[in-house]
Design a protein around this ligand. Structure first.
Ligand code: NIG
Ligand code: FE
Length: 405
């Protein structure tokens, strides 16, 4: 049974207290076997039963849980780098979408791609995300928008789960936007989602969550409510892309439908925040999307003060957030979202795990959870985010196996 010793600080990040409480243990040790954590505590309190085990030296580094990227659109065809330049010249994300770019251009490219092509591309992304210390991710469909192409994306994720050691949670996002065939027949597309897509997704057990993009350019709250309620009947837990570009009642709807999380929220209303706090909805901040779309950043502090737990994720996708650098998301979460570094660590570990229902199995360093942990060559969490240097990893462990270096 391996024992990691000589840890300057081990941040357990257990789900207690408030956002700022990450429960550091100084001069700690960590014991695991068969991919599961067996013990954490002060090194000088290591139980006798572990004292003759094989030791590893953390060389005075700090230990944190593996990062959880709780919001990605991992499988997609093509890229949209031309839109990056269009935005630099002053065109907005919405204008580009109205002119046929945006989500619909990725829909076209994703429909044209084969399942194997999408799988190979996703695998490459996932390998690189692991090098950023990500050990669990959430992946959404939403670039197919036909029964067949939504299933194709979800089949990619099912295969990814079989191949990868990472923990993967899956979200059905058939309601990402209206496909070109249905722009003048919104009712027809909603019926397709409810009567054809959802039953098939449930039958093949392809998703944990059902997500809807509530926005002027996508679905109204009433349409989203109908889809999320239908999803619930198939056992899919609601999630929402809410209040990103305009305040459209997304946060209120998340509370009303019992969503596990409401994501984006840059334009969230006071009432929306209050309702989320009462209903226990997790807020997911996606600051890389604000960076690339030149939109305001979510003020995470306002949510924390209202009693809403905040997670931070990348939103990795080819349009609004073409980077899977979770360290960048953390830096922006601090500098623009007003999170303290300690709060930000909780946002990418236990609260991110909660936002995708994975908190019973991972997200904190506690006995019985997956042995997903990172050894960082820095004095504390604050220094790590401040210096923003991906090279500071001493070790990365995924399910108890060393995957870096
Ligand atoms: O989370 N807001 C909607 N969906 C994505 C963007 C997808 C895209 O631009 O392709 C988001 O930002
Ligand atoms: Fe998104």
């Amino acid at each position: 049974m391996p024992v990691l010793k000589n840890i300057a600080k081990l941040y357990t990040c257990r789900d207690e207290g408030s956002q700022k409480d990450i429960f550091p243990i100084e001069k700690a040790a960590l014991v695991w076997n068969d991919g599961i954590i067996r013990w954490t505590g002060k090194e000088n309190e290591l139980p006798d039963e572990f004292s003759h085990e094989e030791f590893m030296d953390a060389e005075g580094g700090i230990v944190v849980p593996g990062f959880v990227d709780c919001h990605t659109h991992l499988a997609f065809g093509g890229w949209r780098s031309e839109e990056f330049e269009m935005r630099l010249k002053g065109k907005s994300y919405l204008q580009i979408a109205k002119e046929g770019g945006g989500i619909l251009s990725t829909v076209k490219a994703t429909r044209e791609a084969t399942e194997d092509e999408l799988l190979n591309k996703s695998l490459l992304f996932l390998e690189r995300m692991k090098r950023f210390g990500v050990t669990c991710i959430e992946c959404k469909s939403g670039y197919g928008l036909t029964v067949q192409d939504e299933l194709k994306q979800l089949h990619v994720y099912r295969r990814l789960k079989e191949i990868s050691e990472c923990t993967i949670k899956t979200t059905f996002l058939g309601a990402h936007t209206f496909p070109p065939e249905y722009t003048t027949n919104r009712r027809g597309y909603i019926d397709l989602i409810i009567n054809d897509m959802l039953p098939q997704v449930a039958k093949e057990n392809l998703a944990d969550f059902c997500d809807v993009f509530v926005e002027e350019s996508a679905f109204t709250p009433a349409e989203a409510r109908e889809i999320l309620e239908a999803g619930k009947k198939f056992g899919l837990i609601p999630k929402l892309h809410a209040d990103q570009i305009t305040a459209s009642g997304g946060a209120e709807l998340a509370a009303e439908t019992g969503a596990i999380s409401a994501d984006h929220l840059e334009q969230v209303s006071e009432t929306g925040i209050q309702r989320m706090a009462e209903a226990g909805v997790i807020a997911v901040s996606l600051p890389i999307a604000s960076l690339y779309t030149q939109q305001p950043f979510l003020d995470c502090r306002q949510l924390i003060e209202a009693g809403v737990p905040v997670a931070v994720a990348t939103d990795f996708n080819p349009g609004s957030a073409p980077s899977y650098d979770i360290h960048l998301a953390m830096l922006l979460g601090c500098n623009h979202g007003r999170l303290t570094p300690d709060e930000c660590l909780k946002a990418v570990t236990i609260y991110a795990a909660k936002a995708i229902g994975a908190d019973k199995e991972l997200g904190s360093l506690e006995s019985g959870k997956k042995a997903d942990f990172l050894v960082l060559d820095v004095p504390d969490v604050s220094f790590w985010i401040y210096h923003h240097n991906g090279a500071d990893f001493r070790y990365i462990f995924l399910k108890g196996e060393q995957i870096h270096p």
